[in-house]
Ligand binder design. Sequence first.
Ligand SMILES: Cc1cc2nc3c(=O)[nH]c(=O)nc-3n(C[C@H](O)[C@H](O)[C@H](O)COP(=O)(O)OP(=O)(O)OC[C@H]3O[C@@H](n4cnc5c(N)ncnc54)[C@H](O)[C@@H]3O)c2cc1C
Length: 368
Amino acid sequence: MSVSVLVVGGGLVGTLLALRLSEGGCTVQVLDAGRAGAEASSAAAGILAAQSEATTPGPGLDLGLESRALHAALHAELGAPGSGYRPNGALLPTTASDHGAAVARHAWQVERGLRVDALDAASLRAVAPGLHPRFTGGVLFADDATVDPPVLMASALAAAARSGVAFAHDEAALAVTSHGGRVTGVRTARGHRGADVVVLCAGAWSRLVEGVLDASQGVAPARGQLIEYALDPVPFGPVLYTGGGYLVPRADGRVCVGSTLEMVGFERGTTAAGLETLRERAADAVPALAAAPLRRAWSSFRPRTPDGMPYVGALATDGLFVAAGHHRSGVLFAPVTAEIVRDLVVHGRRHRHLDALSPDRFRQGPRA
Ligand SMILES: Cc1cc2nc3c(=O)[nH]c(=O)nc-3n(C[C@H](O)[C@H](O)[C@H](O)COP(=O)(O)OP(=O)(O)OC[C@H]3O[C@@H](n4cnc5c(N)ncnc54)[C@H](O)[C@@H]3O)c2cc1C
């Protein structure tokens, strides 16, 4: 008989994981407190920053590289409109005074065999003619890429539904239930939903579901504000990392500029100060943006863990799993997370980096 799985939270993490579990022969239902896909996963900037945001070798880099490769395949697998995947690279523009240090800072990636190009002024202008003239060089991570998060999210939801995943909206899981050390389902305001396996994927809200994560397994909301301009054609090809944030070009003449990182609980919305910071960052990097029309501004909540790495794996109760806390990299990490959980639940197979993602990694003393 097929294993019944209840996935709590229909963001990108929960939806892709539901798709893979369904393909693996499970009967899968996704339960969402609101509309599946309506939170961080469709609000993100969509940078697949496997290299450009990596600061050291280790599991974070390896998982990012693995997942970046999975994104290219996922785009093709999902069918039109796919994910908006573009292998357009990410660029750290440099000035005469900081170029050498920026190149040296990424030498470890070259040693690791990864592609990192040091750009001179002419090659910088070729990939980003609209950059402010104070930039005279750059470090280009040509293999990084972008997706368009709302497009990816909608395609992932459609693919999961096509493969037989059932979605229940507007029904929050209040607590996970268990009997004799084995999970039995979840309790919601409407009653009890039974399942053989429960996977918690409730993003920034994951700590609020009772009976899953304890005080040592913190996931906190980290608000990020974003703005979007219309500027057609966009006068740069790769993502630009500058001024403490980033500018993401879209193929259809939009530029997304992000982001703030604010620990303000679950307070929704944008602020005048946040938007001003983003506008200054945009115009300071690409002067043409100073006069470009602003299309929209929004915010959402990154699910932040103490070390910025997600919790993925089994919990003490048999049949209970977690895949939450992807912080700034949940869009990048969602495909590899989905495969890790499918391999665990369906095949009992452990990914080589599962220990780095252990939900128990901050626990002092033995598991309860
Ligand atoms: C401003 C910003 C920019 C970002 N940019 C990038 C980027 O460029 N690249 C990148 O890789 N990542 C980026 N991220 C991070 C990324 O968006 C997140 O890590 C990722 O979307 C988390 O996915 P998720 O499915 O865990 O959470 P979410 O998408 O937030 O989904 C969680 C779901 O759980 C549901 N839920 C909550 N509580 C319950 C409950 N009790 N019962 C049932 N359902 C519940 C919610 O309704 C929601 O649908 C960004 C995030 C922000 C905020």
